[in-house]
Design a protein around this ligand. Structure first.
Ligand SMILES: Cc1ncc(COP(=O)(O)O)c(C=O)c1O
Length: 389
């Protein structure tokens, strides 16, 4: 049952944000929600069973996170990414965005500069600005075929004495790149030359399609590991973001100590019992489920890309190397961004993320989440075709 990805589950009464905030975000309830980056699939049965089993014990008090929690991630990183970790490098965060915030607090002062690479996940902007650090934009370059690359020349020009760290998204949300070892190495060399730390948000690490690879930047060399902070989580991979349980990998002891000080100062180290259990379960037992999920998602990606190419020539889509997010380019419609948005919501009645929330590079773009039963994806595409085809 847990692997029946075609099963349509009614989430509308579960307060799922993707559903419950339709009116607030789109102005109407009757849209097909394909925005917030969680999946419309059931959490795996073996996870739900383990959580139920914990409920047989009637006390849900303060509870330790066992060593086996970190061992589970260490084993997963070795199996899935050939990344060999020391157990002591691993620490905790409730969420990946919380880890980015803690890293900013740990390694920068107010007024210091933090680099991000738009178009990128909106909290990157909000977290840096909200903590009173100066945001420096190093936009990705879009090639004519729709593929994005990092702009290293621009990055070098923008670094000055106040620039302390760069936050990257690997694989990148929303452009779907799984950065190559070569690209990451070039970035790391610039960071090493300029005393920059690299904070890598790798929450989409497990969604890499055939012929591509997730490369953890810290795995490239011991020297690069020493300037890197990697935050990741099983929350996307196994559809458990509501359990708020993530892991942070900081090989350099001095950087790890500073991070842990802030983690403890904010009293965020504790986590929750259910997150601890699910985390260990998925990393110990989740490979088969994930491989089936990846097959299903890749078919959704193929179906969507082919459908758009054949039926909606005014929309351009680049096939992502990773993530379940498609970055759709509507510039060929000849409409303004506002007109496209209005048509998506009020005529097609689909809820996609507005590209402009990812930075001004997102003008004419909307992000579609295809992690849904195929019938739902097909319905969204038919609606798109009826308005833009
Ligand atoms: C790149 C990226 N980072 C972080 C998150 C959220 O992570 P968390 O809920 O663990 O803070 C998301 C969710 O969409 C994401 O896409």
């Amino acid at each position: 049952m847990g692997k029946d990805f075609d099963r349509i589950i009614d989430r509308s009464k579960s307060l799922a944000i993707k559903y419950a905030r339709r009116k607030a975000v789109f102005g109407r309830e009757d849209i097909l929600p394909m925005w917030v980056a969680d999946m419309d699939f059931a959490t795996p049965d073996f996870v739900l069973d383990a959580l139920r089993q914990r409920l047989d014990h009637p006390v849900l008090g303060y509870t330790l996170r066992p060593k086996s929690f970190y061992e589970a991630y260490k084993a997963w990183a070795k199996k899935r990414y050939s990344w060999h970790l020391d157990l002591e490098w691993l620490t905790f965060s409730p969420g990946v965005v919380a880890a980015l915030a803690l890293a900013i607090l740990s390694y920068t002062d107010q007024g210091d500069k933090v680099v991000i690479q738009p178009p990128v996940y909106p909290p990157f902007f909000e977290t840096v600005k909200g903590l009173d650090r100066e945001l420096v934009l190093n936009p990705l370059k879009r090639l004519p075929d729709g593929r994005y690359i990092m702009d290293f020349d621009d990055l070098k020009k923008k670094i000055d004495a106040k620039t302390r760290l760069i936050i990257i998204s690997n694989p990148h949300n929303p452009v779907g790149r799984a950065w190559t070892a070569d690209e990451l190495r070039q970035l790391a060399e610039i960071a090493l030359d300029n005393n920059l730390l690299i904070v890598s948000d790798d929450i989409h690490a497990d969604f890499v399609y055939k012929n591509y690879k997730y490369v953890p930047i810290a795995s490239l060399s011991p020297e690069i590991a020493k300037i890197s902070i990697t935050a990741t989580s099983p929350s996307k991979t196994f559809n458990i973001p509501g359990l708020s349980t993530s892991v942070v990998i900081i090989p350099a002891k001095e950087l790890r100590d500073r991070y842990n000080e802030k983690l403890h100062a904010a009293h965020l180290w504790l986590g929750n019992i259910f997150g601890n259990i699910a985390f260990e379960q998925v990393y110990n037992n989740g490979e088969e489920w994930l491989d089936d999920l990846l097959d299903y998602l890749e078919q959704n990606v193929d179906y969507t890309v082919q459908f758009i190419n054949e039926n909606i020539p005014s929309i351009k889509v680049w096939r992502p190397e990773a993530t379940f997010l498609l970055w759709l380019d509507f510039s060929g419609t000849g409409l303004t961004h506002g007109q496209i948005k209005d048509k998506l919501v009020n005529e097609a009645r689909v809820g996609f993320n507005d590209g402009l929330t990812f930075g001004k590079q997102g003008e004419y773009f909307f992000r579609m989440n295809i992690a849904a039963p195929r019938a739902v994806v097909k319905e969204a595409l038919e609606r798109l075709k009826s308005v833009f085809g």
